[in-house]
Design a protein around this ligand. Structure first.
Ligand SMILES: [Mg+2]
Length: 269
């Protein structure tokens, strides 16, 4: 069970390790939860502290379910690593790439988009092309419940072809049937940058995969690290159970990032 973090003393042994990496989810962690994802915004304080931390440590990464270019626009810092689509797509050093195992599915996702645009006649439905994932947002449909049913029906042939369907809040995602998630993304990040210290921040179920991966690496003695849950009305008990520490909402994250910036040598206001 996560312990409330109100000073960063317990993180000292993690923060002093090098190379050090900070990885954070975006929605609900760096930006407050909003009803329409398009209006989400990373807070100025989070951005400022992330920039300061980045100057002093080897890697700062944003890991999100969003497309990397959207994640990059939201955070607004150039020298971060942006891991999008729950680990399928990476943006680093000016280049975006899809993991090799997911790349073959991009054509299939494009075909699905054409097919669904014809078969689904739902005013308000928004099809978002995220590379290896197609997102179907139905929050603007007049009758979301009816839209949900119609989308599920229309997705049947694609499911039969082996594609994976994930359901989120007023959205379905069609993507590759691969075991790739924020946990595998974090493992890849730790491996690529040979991290000795890692801090991971996240607020929802998809982050639990990363919490578990970090714990596994720690137990194997490969890394010194801690998982911090960001508590909000949607985070749920599992998130609190699997993390090492917790902070209260985005303001708690702002406090923590400010304290980390100071600890690793950045400047306080
Ligand atoms: Mg989140």
């Amino acid at each position: 069970m996560a312990v409330r973090l109100d000073d960063i003393g317990p993180l000292e042994s993690v923060l002093t390790r090098r190379p050090f990496g900070l990885a954070a989810d975006i929605d609900g962690t760096l930006s407050p939860i909003v009803d329409t994802p398009d209006t989400a915004a990373v807070t100025p304080l989070c951005r400022r502290y992330l920039r300061e931390i980045r100057r002093r440590v080897e890697v700062v990464a944003a890991i999100s379910g969003r497309a990397p270019k959207v994640a990059r626009r939201l955070v607004g810092l150039e020298d971060l690593v942006y891991i999008g689509n729950h680990g399928l797509s990476w943006w680093q050093q000016g280049r975006e790439e899809t993991l090799a195992e997911a790349a073959p599915y991009e054509t299939k996702v494009r075909d699905a988009r054409k097919d669904l645009a014809v078969r689904l006649n739902l005013p308000g439905l928004l099809l978002e092309d995220k590379g290896p994932i197609l997102a179907l947002h139905y929050r603007l449909c007049a009758d979301p419940q009816a839209a949900r049913e119609a989308i599920l029906d229309a997705l049947v042939p694609w499911k039969k072809q082996g594609m994976r369907i994930r359901e989120g809040r007023l959205v379905f995602e069609l993507g590759p049937p691969l075991d790739i998630h924020k946990g595998t993304a974090l493992a890849r990040l730790m491996e690529t940058y040979r991290l000795g210290g890692v801090l991971y921040l996240g607020d929802d179920l998809t982050d639990v995969d990363a919490f578990k991966m970090l714990r596994h690496w720690r137990e194997e003695g490969k890394v010194s690290g801690a998982a911090v849950a960001v508590a909000n009305p949607e985070s749920g008990p599992k998130v609190m159970e699997e993390a090492d520490y917790w902070v209260d909402g985005v303001p708690g994250v702002e406090w923590l990032l400010g304290a980390i910036a100071t600890a690793v040598g950045g400047k306080q206001p």
